[in-house]
Write a protein that binds this ligand. Sequence first.
Ligand SMILES: Nc1ncnc2c1ncn2[C@@H]1O[C@H](COP(=O)(O)OP(=O)(O)OP(=O)(O)O)[C@@H](O)[C@H]1O
Length: 408
Amino acid sequence: MPRFERKQNIFRNKDALGESYQPERIEERDEEIEAYMDALQPIIDGWEPNNVFLYGNTGVGKTAVTDYLLDVLQEDVTEYDDVDLSVLGVNCKTLNSSYQVAVELVNTLRPAGAEISTTGYPQQTVFKKLYSELEALGGTVVIVLDEIDSIGDRDELLYELPRARSNGYLESTKVGLIGISNDFKFREQLDPRVQDTLCERELQFPPYEASELTNILESRAEVAITENGCDGGVLNLCAALAARDSGSARQALDLLRLAGEVAENNDDDEIQEHHVEQARSKLEQERVEEGMRELTTHGRLALLAVVSKAAKESTPCRTRELYQEYEALCESSGTDSLAQRSVHNHLSDLRMLGILSAKENRSGSRGNYYSYELDVPFSSAVDAMADVLYLDEEIETIREIARMNGVV
Ligand SMILES: Nc1ncnc2c1ncn2[C@@H]1O[C@H](COP(=O)(O)OP(=O)(O)OP(=O)(O)O)[C@@H](O)[C@H]1O
């Protein structure tokens, strides 16, 4: 019977490369930290907080810097008896209206058992409940709304909360909002009056360059990886790959962690560059598989049509032929088919997602046309579709044909 055996050649503390780890030091963000501290200064001075809007791509340290600075602020504020600071944090990802965010805030402030229902109240009633909880808390309250763009255009709370004091809803409590977003369009879409208040102080976090990512990785590797667990060029390679793609520290850290796991699984004592390469293609495949799972039904059926043609070794294949395959799959799954034009749009989307590639062909007088083929491994595409489409028989036939043709 196989037994578990502890492996600790590579990692000293693998959790330090994970999402929930809060770094002791923030690297390469001195300027942003200075501007951020400047925006938070009125809190220490005992005045009303500024509202702050923070934006930048995913993984560029918006949350890490915010958590770090608010911890420092909470510690430093204890020096001053006349400032009583509370920090509330809500991730808005699953809350897509002001109403839901307000309910979440009320329930964060209420003791267990006294929460309000998430539906059934007029919006103003929920806002009033929020004001009365905030008033009961007193002092200065900083509310951090991460992924604030999920609120969409139902942004009344972002208009009302910063004005609650001037409108007489709050007397003793001073409230400051910190909104965090990686959607650049969100700011532009906001009502100009909301923009004026929420974006009182705006901070932009640019993507990291390779040398900055190397420093972030070096300081994290000190905690996470054993002394001889990592070959010299590995951190530079992870940093360079992440910088070229997204400039995200999360991507660089994920790459290093996965490369370490690959090395560990091979029973190697050191992470080397070839482990990073393997980790990169694994992450790339995961990303594509995730993209495939998030497709709409017709996107999936259009993709399965290409998969089916690939099994028959008939790709690249033009839209017209793919459309026939797609119609047959729609019929098998009891789904009404879309017009060829719409299927063409789905194929273009799949191309944008990096799941398909397309070649443009010239066809004399009738203009150009595209032919499509898979840009991901056949087995990843068929596995992902088997998980999300209820077409077991058809998918088994496709696999069978692929096996016969030596595609898999
Ligand atoms: N300057 C930095 N120094 C140390 N670690 C960092 C730095 N920037 C980012 N990180 C680390 O990178 C990871 C991603 O950072 P973070 O979650 O702050 O990104 P984000 O900009 O908030 O991304 P998202 O918009 O996706 O939430 C975290 O593990 C964080 O600790």
